[in-house]
Design a protein around this ligand. Structure first.
Ligand SMILES: *Cc1c(COP(=O)(O)O)cnc(C)c1O
Length: 423
């Protein structure tokens, strides 16, 4: 499939008059259509709720759009909880799926009325103390069966190597302890594979969790109210990948729900999800300008964005498709490394990528940066984080986060008088 940017060269030329490159831009129309499709795909389950993984795209303007479609927030830190509260999303609209959790974060989560999802059995007492001696009525535990998680198309992930969750044995023990401590309602959570570009992942995970839920209910008597399939639903970063079909995923989960939960008398269990990437990934793009070309042992194009704006290629070697605006139809007969300016040789958005001939001043769109893009930004080399813009449905552009300035960089240093009033 051809990957098409949602902005044109003309549009970008207009935008840069107000907001210079680099910037992340998000597509309101795409976000809305997808959120609606997710809601419809799970409409068969009356309790269904998507808790958007805030860490993927912590921008209130975007999360508020999702909230219109009934989405809550999945938080894993103090500031993510604070962000959720500031947006008016509190109570059971907040899932607190953290790990290695600081004491005060449990205290705050309880204050907000968030659903607390415990990552470890030893957190039960810790959390109880943080909650002032009384655990909330509803609690959830994160499950990790260990081993490898394998799907029929060969995709696999390695839960046995992951730091998260309780073992099967610990799940039984934890629910018994929690019941003794007065917890009334229970949830179950698991995240066993990441960025799965297959419709099989959720149904397979659901099957495994539903069986455990039935057993947990039968052996401990725990009143299980929801099963949280968490994140992990992937997107096609590469043009030759087939996108997931959320309707098929929803139907797949329904099938196992009817096979396993309904006959066990658990046909009222709610399905929750905590998708980040799938909700936002394809609807964000990083727009950057070619500012240097270099002909040495390889052909380099230097752009005005760097790994600070998008860390995935440097960190995981991830593929992000690139379109040179205005040259969408041109033949890709030039081989380039597309680089940022960090003093790190892994600061490359693409290596040996075939692209049309790039001229200085050309705008490049780096695709699928809507999740785990801006969010993973940092300030290495003193680089400042870019702005985030929203391309609204009516074609107008809204600034939804300004770019950092040197003032932000110096904000945590009180020793430089000369920078106190810098802008
Ligand atoms: C990262 C994360 C998610 C979201 O994962 P995606 O792959 O972006 O869907 C959901 N839940 C938890 C606990 C996470 O850590």
């Amino acid at each position: 499939m051809m990957k098409k940017p949602f902005v044109t060269k003309e549009k970008v030329e207009e935008i840069v008059k107000t907001y210079p490159t680099p910037f992340h831009i998000y597509d309101e129309k795409g976000i809305r259509e997808n959120a609606k499709a997710v809601k419809e795909a799970f409409a068969w389950n009356p309790g269904f709720k998507e808790y958007f993984a805030v860490k993927a795209t912590p921008n209130p303007f975007l999360i508020k759009i999702l909230h219109e479609y009934g989405c809550g927030t999945d938080c894993s830190s103090m500031t993510e909880l604070m962000l959720s509260k500031a947006m008016g999303i509190t109570g059971e609209d907040v899932m607190f799926s953290s790990n290695d959790t600081p004491f005060e974060e449990y205290t705050y989560a309880k204050e907000l009325g968030a659903i607390i999802n415990l990552d470890d059995i030893t957190h039960i007492d810790f959390c109880e103390e943080a909650c002032g001696g009384k655990l909330p009525e509803t609690m959830s535990c994160r499950f990790n069966p260990g081993g490898v998680f394998q799907m029929s198309n060969g995709i696999m992930d390695n839960p046995g190597d992951a730091k998260y969750g309780l073992t099967t044995e610990q799940m039984f023990e934890a629910y018994e302890i929690l019941m003794k401590k007065g917890v009334k309602y229970f949830g179950m959570h698991a995240f066993l594979a990441s960025n799965t570009v297959t419709n099989e992942y959720y149904p397979q995970l659901a099957g495994q969790m539903f069986k455990l839920a039935v057993e947990l209910h039968e052996k401990t008597g725990a009143d299980i109210r929801f099963i949280n399939l968490s994140g992990g639903v992937g997107i096609p970063y590469k043009p030759d990948q087939t996108p997931n079909d959320i309707r098929m995923i929803g139907e797949g989960v329904r099938k196992v729900y009817e096979e396993i939960l309904v006959p066990a008398g658990m046909g009222d269990v709610a399905i929750y999800t905590e998708m980040g990437r799938f909700m936002m990934g394809p609807y964000g793009q990083l727009v950057t300008k070619a500012i240097h070309e270099k002909h040495t042992h390889k052909e380099y194009i230097g752009v005005d964005a760097c790994a600070v704006n998008l860390m995935r290629p440097a960190m995981y070697g991830s593929y992000h498709h690139i379109t040179v605006l205005g040259k969408e139809e041109a033949v890709c007969d030039h081989k380039y490394d597309v680089t940022g300016s960090l003093c790190e040789n892994n600061d490359k958005f693409a290596i040996d990528r075939m692209l049309p001939e790039i001229e200085m001043g050309d705008y490049l769109v780096i695709h699928d940066t809507g999740a785990h893009g801006y969010a993973m930004g940092y300030n290495y080399n003193g680089k400042l984080k870019s702005a985030e813009l929203l391309l609204k449905e009516d074609g107008s552009v809204q600034l939804i986060r300004r770019a950092e300035t040197p003032k932000d960089y110096f904000a945590t240093l009180d020793c430089f008088e000369e920078y106190k009033n810098i802008q």
